[in-house]
Each structure stands twice: as structure tokens, then as C-alpha cells.
Design a protein around this ligand. Structure first.
Ligand code: 9D3
Length: 225
């Protein structure tokens, strides 16, 4: 799978893409992850990517021209171009699983107050938000989505089962985890986990996951039933 993040802040992306599991996925050849500088497709001395809004008002708007030229060069018949935008459909575990089956993704990141509407109307395949809070650009959302997708690719996580077993796939929050020591200043690990009784441990974990979900995220239970 190839993922390209098209942005005026490529160096921010490169830092994240060069760390941890994302770096390992790239090094192992399981994903080609790349930050691409939108200013490569400007042609003036100031490398301008934005301009004042028609109709007036504060802030700047990203111009269509550098974006259109960049996409002409980057896109292939198999690529899916996704605009990161507060107006997009909301990202989720299900969306990550859908996107992980694509071969070629291009995340277009906005900056400033917005992007010329003709980009969304004519140049993209999908428009995604990561949630109802205002960020300063689409760069962090593109990295969030890249991270969520790449960890689902076969071979990326050490244990093949860990992405499958992950909480949102079942619609439940995770159960608590403990490691040594069994008693830390009087804060004890639940006895059942030390019992060696695997059936009892599984039952306890399921009960604790259900309880946590009921208390904190009852919306997840409504959705799965
Ligand atoms: C005044 C209207 N604002 C929209 C809520 C303007 C605006 C604010 C912030 C336009 C763009 C941005 C920058 N954010 C993104 O590009 C963005 C985003 C976000 O802010 N929250 C959640 N998901 C995303 S995806 C892209």
C-alpha cells in the first residue's frame, strides 16, 4: 500500500512517519509512506499556495491551482484522493478497515481557514474529519488516519492477532491489564489473574470489559446489539 500526504508541512509528517511502528512498516516494505510538499507545484517566486477569500472576510483560502497540478502528477488509476476537512464524514474503526484495503491513498491536507470549494467539488474521491473539534490544519488528522490504517496491514504488528482482537472490533472497551509486582504499596492485582485458571480469567476479562463499556461508553453497546 502507498500513502502520500500532500501538505505544506511535509517535515512535520516526516518526523511522525520516521518513528516507531510506521517506520518499521516502511522499512519492511509493507507500506510506502511519503510526505509530499505542495509548494513543489507553485510557480511564483513566493511559492504561493493561498489567497484572500472572494466575498471578503478574515483569513486565507488555499488556491485550487497548485493542488490540481499536484494531483495530476500524483494520482494513478488506482488512487483514492481523500480531503482532510472539518466538513468530512467522521473517521472510525470501520472506516480504517475499509481504507486498509486500498492500494494507493493520497491525503490532501488543508491549512488556513479553508480550501477553494472547487477542490472538494471536482478533484477528490472522499472527504474525512477525525471528530468535532477544531485543529489548525489537516496534517494531524492525516497522520492519525495513516497510523490507524497501517497498523491493520498484515505483518505490521508483531502479533498477527492483535489488530483483530482490538477493542473497537468487538464493540467493547478493553479489560484492565496488570504486570509485576502483584502488590504495589498495598495496591493488589486481582487474585483471579494469579490463579492460573484460564477459563476464570477469560470470564473475568469479559465481565470487566462489559462493565467498563456500560459505565463509560454505553453508545458502543447500543451499536453492537
Ligand atoms: C470557521 C470554520 N472552521 C471550520 C470548523 C474553519 C476551519 C478551521 C480549522 C477550517 C479548517 C481548519 C483546519 N482543520 C482541518 O483541516 C481538519 C480537521 C479539524 O479541524 N478537526 C477534525 N478533523 C479535521 S480533518 C481536517
Amino acid at each position: 500500500m502507498k500513502i502520500q500526504i500532500l501538505t505544506i508541512f511535509p517535515e512535520v509528517c516526516r518526523g511522525v512517519l520516521q518513528a516507531s511502528i510506521l517506520k518499521r512498516a516502511g522499512d519492511k516494505g509493507l507500506a510506502h509512506l511519503e510526505a509530499v510538499d505542495l509548494r513543489q507545484w507553485t510557480s511564483d517566486a513566493h511559492r504561493t499556495v493561498d489567497d484572500a477569500p472572494y466575498g471578503g472576510g478574515p483569513g486565507m483560502v488555499m488556491k485550487i491551482d497548485p493542488i490540481a497540478r499536484a494531483l495530476t502528477d500524483l494520482r494513478s488509476p488506482s488512487s483514492k484522493v481523500i480531503l482532510m476537512s472539518p466538513q468530512g464524514r467522521k473517521f472510525s474503526d470501520a472506516a480504517a478497515r475499509d481504507l486498509s484495503t486500498e492500494s494507493d491513498l493520497i491525503f490532501l491536507c488543508g491549512h488556513y481557514e479553508g480550501i477553494d470549494q472547487r477542490v472538494a467539488d471536482h478533484l477528490i474521491d472522499d472527504e474525512i474529519s477525525i471528530g468535532d473539534y477544531v485543529l489548525t490544519s489537516g496534517v494531524l488528522p492525516a497522520l492519525v488516519i495513516t497510523d490507524a490504517i497501517v497498523r491493520l496491514l498484515p505483518g505490521v504488528l508483531g502479533d498477527e492477532h492483535s489488530a483483530q482482537q482490538d477493542s473497537f472490533a468487538h464493540g467493547l472497551l478493553d479489560h484492565p491489564h496488570y504486570t509485576r509486582p502483584a502488590d504495589y504499596n498495598g495496591w493488589k492485582v486481582p487474585d483471579v489473574l494469579l490463579s492460573g485458571n484460564h477459563a476464570a480469567i477469560e470470564a473475568w476479562r469479559h465481565e470487566r470489559a462489559l462493565e467498563a463499556t456500560r459505565q463509560r461508553r454505553p453508545d458502543l453497546l447500543e451499536r453492537s446489539s
